[in-house]
Design a protein around this ligand. Structure first.
Ligand SMILES: N[C@@H](CCC(=O)N[C@@H](CS)C(=O)NCC(=O)O)C(=O)O
Length: 111
């Protein structure tokens, strides 16, 4: 069997696996705006990575439209990180950690 066919077979197998489908369907979209040198950003990303979820990171150290977009979406908040789950504004690192301590983060993440 050619490697390409083998890979395609593996993907087809996974897609037919109910557990894989359910997991894939429940995965939340996680967005995080960050700056390079920000310890709060590092803490928030570590928490998310520790849960094995993927997130989309937008680096705003250079300012510009990405920073303006963050401030707009975060209702005027200018600190980083700003975190969004399925489009809902969660807040910063402290709010993310508080949600986790309250046991409310995993359900939002689809875990
Ligand atoms: N309580 C906030 C603190 C966030 C914070 O102070 N972030 C710093 C960077 S680590 C910040 O944005 N400072 C202003 C700036 O960089 O423009 C949180 O938990 O996210």
């Amino acid at each position: 069997m050619k490697p390409a066919a083998s890979a395609a077979t593996s993907v087809a197998f996974l897609r037919n696996c109910p557990k894989y489908e359910a997991k894939d369907g429940n995965m939340a979209r996680i967005e995080i705006y960050t700056k390079f040198t920000c310890p709060y950003c590092f803490r928030a990303k570590s928490l998310l990575s520790g849960k094995g979820v993927e997130f989309e990171e937008t680096e705003i150290s250079m300012g510009g439209e990405p920073r303006a977009e963050m401030i707009r979406r975060a209702g005027g908040r200018m600190t980083v990180p700003q975190i969004f789950i399925d489009g809902d504004h969660i807040g910063g690192s402290d709010e993310l950690a508080a949600l986790d301590r309250a046991g409310k983060l995993d359900p939002l993440l689809g875990l």
